[in-house]
Every structure is written in structure tokens, then in C-alpha cells.
Design a protein around this ligand. Structure first.
Ligand code: 6PG
Length: 247
């Protein structure tokens, strides 16, 4: 982990508490903002977070000021069970009163290369700019067991440095194509929040936070907001191998 950045570890008992505490954090961040631009992650971890966010804060957050984007999307139909958008509709968007125009989905059904170009333009059009890059208020990230984040996988870690805001990635096992935002977008955001839970993540979390092992080969290790905050919302299982001095 780059030791020059301000990083905060928030370690909780289990994923339910991670979901509760992150939802509280989200509601606080969004409060009073005229516009709050958020990139969502996919996978399974966000499901419980979105459920809690909708249940506990669905009625109190002013969703008219919140704009949702995705950090990555699988190249499938929005009705496909693999779709991050579909998962987000089921666990969050269908339960809150958010204007349709505030939902900026990646169109997984389109030609991947063309969609990467289109979505990069969406980010330029919709987001404020910081040092020439579109700036999110908050980027929510997960981390795979292999240390990937968004859809930048270790075998394609060079995508992190892409000069393009969005890239086409390929899942190393399934070969599934994905659209992902790249390192410059992530590291120009005001805040990045990792949501990582479960024992399967302990190795990579430990290597990244302790800055040892093969951490240099993990895309998640490259997350280092240039002038923003980096928060890790972890449960104890995922944090089990973090050394004493780091916590
Ligand atoms: C995706 C995600 C991906 C995810 C990690 C962790 O589209 O799958 O964006 O980066 O965050 O794979 O996934 P879990 O939360 O399911 O462990």
C-alpha cells in the first residue's frame, strides 16, 4: 500500500455491521450535497449494503441529489443475472425514490469497445473535473479474492494506467468481457471506500495493508486517491491478517 496516502481502516464484527456502518457513512456524506456523484461496485458484497441502505436510509436521503454510476459492468443484458445494474435495481434502486435521470448505467448489452468510449464521455459530461479528470464524490470498490478491483484483474494490470477513462477487460476464468473505469478515474475521486468482507479476502487484504507479499501485483493495491480519502470497510474475517501496527 502506498504509505503517502491518508488511509483509514474501519473494521467491524461481521458483514452486517459493515453494511450498517457504511450506510450511516453514506447518508452522512450525501446530506446537504446539491449533487453527490457515486460509482457503485458490483459482485455480491454490495447486496447486503444496498439492502441496509434502502431499509435504514431510503426515506431520509434526498435521492434527487444523488447520481449513481458503475465502476464496472459485465457485458451482458441489463436483465441478465450477471448484470451489476440488475443487482443494484433489485437491492436498492427499486426501493428508493431516485429520478431515472440520476441513474447512469453502463450499457453491457452494447459493443464493449464502443460502450467504453460512450461511458467515458458520460463521465466527462456529468462529473466535475479535477486536474483534467472527471471526479466522483465517492467510488465504492470491492476486491476479488485475486486482488482485482472494479474489473481490472491482475493479468491485465496495465489497464490501470490506461489513458482512457474506461476500458474493456476480460475475466481471467470465464473470459467474460467487462467495461471498467480505470486508475485515473478512481484515484482522482474525492473518496474511495473499499467494502471487503469474508475470510477469502484475508490474504490479499493483509498483503496490501501490510505492504508485503505480492501486493505490487494486485490492482487493488494501486488505489491511492491523489488528494482524497481511502477508507477500508472490513469485517474481522477479511482483516484477520492485518499486522498490529497497521490498524
Ligand atoms: C464485479 C465487481 C468486482 C467485485 C469483486 C468482489 O463486477 O464483480 O465490481 O470488482 O467488487 O469481485 O466481489 P464480491 O463482493 O462478490 O466478493
Amino acid at each position: 500500500m502506498n504509505t503517502n496516502i491518508i488511509m483509514e481502516l474501519k473494521i467491524y464484527q461481521d458483514k452486517n455491521q459493515v453494511a450498517q456502518e457504511f450506510s450511516k457513512y453514506f447518508a452522512e456524506k450525501a446530506k446537504g450535497e446539491a449533487s453527490f456523484h457515486v460509482a457503485l461496485s458490483g459482485g455480491s458484497t454490495p447486496k447486503i449494503v444496498f439492502d441496509v441502505l434502502a431499509k435504514e436510509f431510503g426515506a431520509s436521503i434526498d435521492w434527487k441529489s444523488v447520481h449513481f454510476y458503475w465502476g464496472d459492468e459485465r457485458c451482458v443484458l441489463p436483465t441478465d443475472d450477471e448484470s451489476n445494474y440488475k443487482m443494484t435495481v433489485e437491492h436498492l434502486l427499486s426501493k428508493i425514490d431516485i429520478p431515472e435521470e440520476n441513474i447512469h448505467r453502463i450499457k453491457g448489452e452494447e459493443d464493449p469497445e464502443a460502450e467504453a468510449v460512450r461511458y467515458a464521455q458520460v463521465l466527462k459530461n456529468e462529473l466535475p473535473s479535477k486536474n483534467g479528470f472527471p471526479q466522483f464524490d465517492l467510488v465504492i470498490l470491492g476486491m476479488g479474492d485475486d486482488g482485482h478491483t472494479a474489473s481490472i484483474f491482475p493479468h491485465e494490470i496495465e489497464l490501470w494506467q490506461s489513458e482512457n477513462l474506461c476500458a474493456v477487460a476480460v475475466h481471467p476464468d470465464s473470459g467474460q468481457k467487462r467495461i471498467t473505469i480505470t486508475g485515473n478515474v478512481i484515484n482522482h475521486s474525492k473518496t474511495v471506500a473499499f467494502l471487503v468482507t469474508g475470510a477469502t479476502k484475508e490474504e490479499k487484504v493483509g498483503e496490501i495493508i501490510n505492504c508485503d507479499g505480492a501486493c505490487e501485483t494486485y490492482p487493488a493495491n494501486l488505489v491511492a486517491p491523489t488528494s482524497g480519502d481511502l477508507l477500508w470497510f472490513l469485517d474481522k474475517a477479511a482483516a484477520a491478517k492485518i499486522k498490529e501496527g497497521q490498524v
